[in-house]
Design a protein around this ligand. Structure first.
Ligand SMILES: Cc1ncc(COP(=O)(O)O)c(C=O)c1O
Length: 394
């Protein structure tokens, strides 16, 4: 869709669900901010001070929120801690936490630390097949003694998309706080966080949002909670108009901005500033339509040509996100062999090969070539040559 707007590396890049590609706009925005630093030094803060807030209208469109309900800040795990410090208010009758057995580990580590503090259980919604979650199992976890449920929008390994609208309603009926980790849907799938009534959400911007490695993430706080004080406070969340009055007491900025804590990295924020231009050119609905076209095509090719790779991503369009995952006992070696041939997927333990045809820059031809190379690798078993290779990134 906008391939020319990106700096496309050599080969075929199918790992935009882990680290999105550099856009020319990001390079320019970072260059601009760097120049401001060189030329203006501390005076640069005149334009940097409210930089995160200037990104909120575009982020709000992507997340289905009001601009004051979102802010670019922090990272997923840090934001999750900050939001748990605010929203996890256990009582004797209602104190347990719920997540899923298929969550990204960092979310579970964060939740475990809060469960320990309050002598509560962290209950994990089980998976029947090890890759996906069942609707009834999720619903069954919304028990009376649960204070807070955290759900992923899209499961990081299998790519299953959950019906967040349905669980937000259930959470409201049961008086349970619902938080959402939108790492694998932000920039790939439309959201309606406000209309659904989700209490809070976190996401990163280094995946489908293409903002750069370690770029600031984002968070959403529903406006119905704007009367709460953030559980973790810092001067960056103070009412902007009076920050430099240097008061000894905290007055929150209106909305999600109050959840910022520290001085942001302006150069990292500039990566996001530039990256969001693509999402102003092409709306998220259009991106989703193109993404589904690519993933549908890819799954068809995989079914036809490499049946020994079992697609574990749900087939129904309303149940899958932006990447396609296949299961194979030698998925790790296949991932290494593909990389050696100039095709970049990724591997998730124990046996998942994950590939994301990104709507903004991947093409059908690349998917055809990938499946052809996979077929050759499976026929020749040449991937076995990588058995002894140890790498951190596979
Ligand atoms: C679903 C999910 N949650 C959480 C994280 C952790 O993110 P961070 O390092 O920004 O805290 C990741 C990282 O890839 C992720 O994929």
């Amino acid at each position: 869709m906008l391939r020319q707007d990106f700096i496309y590396p050599e080969g075929i890049y199918l790992d935009g669900n882990s680290l999105g590609l550099t856009s020319h706009a990001s390079v320019q925005a970072i260059g601009r901010r760097l120049q401001e630093w060189q030329e203006q030094a501390v005076n640069g803060w005149e334009s940097w001070f409210g930089l995160a807030e200037t990104l909120s209208p575009t982020l709000a469109d992507l997340m289905g929120a009001r601009p004051e309900e979102v802010i670019a800040t922090g990272s997923i795990t840090m934001n999750l801690h900050a939001l748990l410090a605010t929203f996890y208010q256990p009582t004797a009758q209602k104190k347990h936490l719920v997540a899923t057995a298929l969550d990204f580990p960092s979310d579970l580590y964060a939740l475990q630390s809060w469960a320990e503090r309050h002598d509560a259980e962290l209950r994990l919604i089980p998976s029947r097949d090890g890759y996906t979650l069942n609707d009834e199992d999720i619903a069954a976890a919304f028990q009376e003694d649960v204070a807070l449920v955290l759900l992923p929008t899209v499961l990081y390994a299998s790519g299953q998309l959950l019906d967040i609208q349905k669980y937000a309603l259930l959470a409201q009926q049961k008086n349970i706080v619902l938080g959402v980790d939108a790492a694998h849907s932000a920039g790939s799938v439309p959201h309606h966080l406000h209309a659904w009534g989700v209490d809070f959400a976190v996401w990163c911007s280094y995946k489908y949002l293409n903002a750069g490695p370690g770029a600031p993430g984002g968070l959403f706080v529903h406006e119905k909670h704007f009367d709460r004080l953030p559980g973790l406070r810092g001067w960056w969340g103070h009412q902007k108009a009076s920050t430099f009055e240097m008061r000894s007491y905290f007055t929150p900025e209106h909305g999600a901005g109050a959840y910022q804590i520290s001085t942001p990295s302006i150069l990292a924020l500039a990566g996001l500033e530039g990256a969001l231009e693509a999402f102003r050119k092409v709306g998220i609905e259009e991106i989703r339509a193109r993404s589904l076209e690519l993933t549908t095509h890819f799954m068809k090719l995989l079914d036809e040509h490499t049946p020994e790779l079992r697609v574990v991503t749900p087939r129904e369009v309303h149940r899958r996100g932006g990447h396609v995952s296949v299961q194979h006992p030698q998925a790790r070696l296949l991932s290494l062999a593909l990389r050696e041939k100039g095709i970049v997927p990724d591997f998730r333990a124990p046996d998942i090969l994950r590939m994301a045809p990104v709507a903004l820059y991947n093409t059908e031809e690349e998917l055809q070539q990938t499946v052809q190379v996979l077929r050759e690798l499976l026929d020749t078993r040449s991937y076995m040559a990588f058995e002894q290779k140890s790498t951190r990134v596979v």
